[in-house]
Design a protein around this ligand. Sequence first.
Ligand SMILES: Nc1ncnc2c1ncn2[C@@H]1O[C@H](COP(=O)(O)OP(=O)(O)OP(=O)(O)O)[C@@H](O)[C@H]1O
Length: 252
Amino acid sequence: MQTAIKLDNISKTFNHGKPTQVDAIKDVGLTIQSGEFVVIVGSNGSGKTTLLNLISGSIPPSSGIISINDADVTKLADHERSKWIARVFQNPLSGTASELSILDNFRLAAIRTKAKGLTIGVNNAFKAAVRNKVATLGMGLENKIEQPMGTLSGGQRQALTLLMSVMDECKVLLLDEPTAALDPRSAAVVMQTADKLSKEFNLTTILVTHNLKDAFTYGNRIIQMAEGLVIKDHDAKAKNGLTQNDLFDWFS
Ligand SMILES: Nc1ncnc2c1ncn2[C@@H]1O[C@H](COP(=O)(O)OP(=O)(O)OP(=O)(O)O)[C@@H](O)[C@H]1O
């Protein structure tokens, strides 16, 4: 199996040398294989989002080496890593432009990523391709592709954001509490969509969540963080052996 993400001795200190210094990540080593779906849990402030920020390149590490597909990307900025990495945040509004239609959002995403299989500018072909892709969500949105994104629900927007984010050759999907702002039904649809896309495109997926049921249901590996450290790491077999009750303790 190919290694997708490798962290070697990664540390991140904020406000170094000041009274407010925080050692958010402490000498973490982590190897994630291509196609793995890793769930990361842990209490508030344990370093989960900082870890995703380091992987995506939105912040640099204080020390250590980050590799993606065996290439050292430690010094690459987030936009330079975006051809490999897609990220979906908590806020459904952050992934798409409200005033633009679904179609135009897809057009923007296609321009950004030069998505394969979507010919930009050939209007009818592009429209049909978007309609087909959107139909795979099973939300009936294929009939609303001319509608402004702002008129959709948070769950519908998150599902579309997911779909747009995996259109290109991205191989790593980072999900930072993607359902935290959603009602339970929409949250379920978004998680099922993420799981489906992850399998369909064989993505390496990392999900940060505070949701016990999602941590239990999704992924083939689970990690617990505490105070900037990885303190538990279970593979698929060990994860399958856990009950929801066992997992409850992983959140504290
Ligand atoms: N930009 C920053 N400047 C200073 N401190 C920061 C910064 N970002 C994060 N921290 C600190 O680093 C620690 C880890 O934060 P992080 O957001 O990674 O935790 P988390 O596990 O994602 O928490 P939560 O579950 O609450 O989202 C916390 O103490 C936080 O206050």
